[in-house]
Design a protein around this ligand. Structure first.
Ligand code: GAP
Length: 492
């Protein structure tokens, strides 16, 4: 079996990025023009994986009695973002060089600094660290620098003009992309690309409640694009400027907030393990420092090859959002309980996952290598690496591959007919080129869970072999039972 320890952590991200491109999971956006930083395109296999993740989430969250779906527009009234606090608070620090007028976002500036400057920052971070906050590594110093850049500015040499101590104090830079509605680029026409899907849900609270006649507690779920002009876009798909979110806002009676917060925290954690995520690579990180609107918050974190990172946040947002939109729009967003005759603003438990970030996490979780011993034609022993993406069958981009063992005796026709038949239900790949062993390897590398081979026995009794990607066991079943076989595995 494979030994994950063999895979050096530092190499794994690079291997995944390279496999993603080679097999058509993810491409750099506008690659032929040199790419656009923080933006990616999903290729033929990637788009299937992403759709399967979103489909699994959508079914889990909305195929139940008390959650409705929504697809709100990306552009919204600009007052939405004033009410939500994004215009005022959604920002990152940046600095200007007074000499050459270059402008830097603070962490990009850090990336550009020489090793010597970084060492000076480290020294200063150690000297100025509070008693309860130790600085033991360059990473700790980097974090201190991002949190409080102003104390380091006199140490820094401008990467553009080479002058020292020429930077202005750090100022806020809003992460929302701004554009204009209509032909005139006037501030009165300014709108934003939404930085989260959640606000589309809050502003539709009354509409959905009335149209669906839902009673509390009920939720509204949405999957959609979000945009953030992120300062730091490193680590492939982890932090991008355009990404997709899968968010659900659950509206509740404030008296029940703790119960529902715990319920959704556990449901969401279990969803990742249900779809094959290794529980040892998942953990909950409870926030001690809370955002101004939150009463409780927990992140579900995944251990990426470069370290732990949030893939989903579960928040008790209280009545903050509905209250703010009531205040800014003048329209009441409240609930009347027929039973108790109470009128109140519901609390919200939010589950907010990144679809693109979950995609990356599922890809990293699935990535595996096995070193297989083999004998060369000259009799010498060598080893070959088998790369496997061990996706849960429901998420796998291609569910099955069909091979004729050899291209004669009518095996191709039978395999072709099986492929067409399976295509009515699943994404299937037909392959008749090269040795069967090689064909298996190609499918392992893109995560196909089942490979079906038509051989000489098929000609006699209609049976085929089905080879399981993970166990590599082969079973013989009748070709008429393949659909049921695959369906039974998908529903496990
Ligand atoms: N409505 C709450 C909200 O948006 P968030 O923690 O800012 O909360 C939620 O984002 C999720 O969206 C994150 O857990 C992450 O999965 C995803 N996400 C946020 N920013 C992202 C980015 N720049 N690139 C990719 N995914 C991102």
């Amino acid at each position: 079996m494979s030994d994950k320890k063999d895979i050096a952590k530092s190499d794994t991200t690079e291997k995944i990025v390279s496999l993603s491109k080679r097999r058509g999971f993810v491409f750099q956006s506008s690659e032929i023009y040199g790419g656009l930083n923080g933006c990616y395109d999903y290729g033929p296999l990637g788009v299937e994986l992403l759709r399967n993740i979103k489909e699994a989430w959508w079914k889990e969250m909305t195929y139940r009695e008390n959650i409705e779906g929504l697809d709100a527009s990306i552009l919204m009234h600009p007052r939405v973002w004033e009410a939500s606090g994004h215009v005022e608070h959604f920002s990152d620090p940046m600095v200007d060089c007074k000499k050459c007028k270059s402008r830097y976002r603070v962490d990009i500036l850090y990336e550009m600094l020489s090793q010597k400057s970084k060492e000076l920052i480290y020294k200063k971070a150690v000297e100025s660290a509070a008693v309860d906050q130790s600085v033991n590594s360059m990473e700790d110093a980097e974090k201190t620098f991002f949190a409080n850049p102003n104390i380091f500015l006199e140490e820094i040499i401008c990467p553009s003009c080479g002058n020292k101590n020429t930077f202005t104090e750090a100022r806020s830079f809003n992460l929302m992309f701004k554009t204009h509605v209509g032909p005139l680029e006037e501030s009165s026409n300014a709108v934003y690309l939404r930085p989260e899907t959640a606000q589309g849900i809050y502003v539709n609270f009354n509409n959905v409640k009335e149209a669906s006649r839902q009673k509390l507690p009920f939720g509204i779920a949405q999957i959609g694009k979000a945009f953030r002009n992120e300062i730091n876009t490193k680590n492939f798909l982890f932090r991008t400027r355009e990404f997709e979110q899968m968010e659900m806002q659950f509206f509740i009676n404030p008296a029940e907030d703790e119960k529902w917060y715990e319920y959704w925290r556990d449901q969401r954690f279990n969803w990742f393990t249900k779809y094959g995520m290794n529980p040892l690579k998942l953990k909950m990180h409870v926030h001690e420092k809370l955002a101004h609107y939150a009463k409780a918050a927990v992140d579900i974190e995944f251990e990426f090859p470069f370290g732990w990172g949030e893939i989903e946040g579960i928040h008790n947002r209280t009545d903050f959002d509905l209250k703010r939109h009531t205040e800014f729009s003048g329209k009441k967003l409240e609930y009347f309980d027929d039973r108790t005759k109470e009128r109140f603003i519901p609390f919200v438990i939010e589950t907010s996952a990144g679809a693109s970030r979950s995609f990356f996490a599922f890809l990293c979780n699935a990535y595996d290598e096995e070193h297989v011993a083999k004998e060369n034609s000259d009799g010498k022993a060598s080893s070959e690496t088998r790369t496997i993406l061990r996706f849960h069958p429901s998420l796998a981009p291609v569910k099955a591959a069909v091979f004729p063992l050899v291209n004669r005796d009518g095996m191709q026709d039978i395999a072709g007919n099986i492929t067409e038949d399976l295509r009515k239900n699943f994404k299937v790949f037909y392959d008749d080129s090269g040795a069967v062993g090689r064909r298996y390897r190609r499918q392992d590398e893109c995560g196909t869970p089942f490979c079906i081979t038509v051989d000489s026995e098929t000609l006699i009794d209609g049976s085929v072999t089905i080879r399981d990607r993970d166990t590599m066991n082969q079973e013989r079943i009748n070709k008429d039972n393949i659909v049921d076989y695959i369906n039974s595995k998908l529903n496990q």
